[in-house]
Design a protein around this ligand. Structure first.
Ligand code: F6R
Length: 261
């Protein structure tokens, strides 16, 4: 894992956007894996700025989102399709036909999951997968104890996740308890992974993900198996890391071609 500690979520998100943008510039028809939630919001704002001010071109880009709540239609304000539309897609020149979010209202959810996997393969696989980290270590909606080789499927959300995400729903009762999510095996198939985690609520999950044993108890720890995973943290979320000085040292002594300029 490449652990990149920045002084704030702001600089971390700007770095994350720079990495995503470099993938698009190198490969204009790149396939991006996208995430929702609070963490990537600032990164998406930066991508929008790069599109407006520096001509970052999304016209040939394809996207696949990690997950969607079961039962929420695309126009529901809490659906992840709606989130993506509001926070990224409507601000850039992306072809909406190339944007993919699992359909949480599909009549045959099993078929939807299988076809999502097939669509990722047909698109040539994901070039870079953006990820956030749940307070309980989840990635996508792969909750603790789920299989580390899982594929896109319907998952039951943990009580912790329901509590963490209930704010926008007003109450826990009105929240969907199930979601379609890419599996951990699906995520690990991406050619690159880029996980962002900021703030004090993520300290324990970051510690378990980066320095804990590889374990289904912390689904994020599966990224230890990935050949090219970068983890962007801020000072607070990295506070529990025992080898933080080592990660800073490595970051400061990169060869020119390894640096993010
Ligand atoms: C979102 C997703 C989740 C979030 C995680 C962190 O698509 O898959 O794993 O990344 O729950 O959420 P925030 O960023 O709101 O702390």
């Amino acid at each position: 894992m490449e652990v990149l500690i920045r002084d704030s979520a702001e600089t971390g998100c700007v770095l994350g956007a720079k990495i995503m943008a470099s993938v698009i510039r190198e490969k204009p028809n790149a396939v991006l894996g996208l995430a929702t939630g609070r963490t990537p919001l600032r990164l998406y704002q930066e991508l929008i700025r790069l599109h407006r001010n520096e001509g970052l071109d999304f016209s040939k880009v394809t996207t696949f989102n990690l997950d969607e709540y079961v039962g929420l239609p695309a126009d529901h304000p809490q659906s992840y399709r709606f989130f993506m539309q509001e926070n990224l897609f409507r601000h850039i020149n992306i072809d909406l036909a190339r944007t993919n979010v699992p359909n949480g209202t599909a009549t045959d959810l099993h078929l939807e999951c299988r076809s999502y996997e097939e669509r990722i393969v047909a698109a040539g696989g994901i070039d870079i997968q953006l990820l956030g980290l749940g307070r309980n270590g989840h990635i996508g909606f792969n909750e603790p104890t789920g299989s580390l080789r899982s594929r896109t499927w319907i998952k039951i959300l943990s009580e912790q996740t329901l509590r963490d995400n209930s704010e926008v729903f007003g109450s826990l009762e009105s929240m969907p308890k199930h979601a379609i999510t890419m599996g951990i095996g699906t995520i690990l198939d991406a050619r690159r992974c880029l996980l962002l985690a900021f703030g004090p609520a993520k300290v324990r999950a970051v510690e378990d993900m980066v320095e804990g044993p590889l374990s289904a108890i912390c689904p994020g720890s599966a990224l230890q198996l990935h050949p090219r995973a970068a983890i962007i943290l801020d000072e607070t979320s990295s506070a529990g890391l025992h080898y933080a000085d080592h990660y800073r040292w490595v970051d400061a002594h990169k060869l020119d071609w390894q640096k993010y300029v």
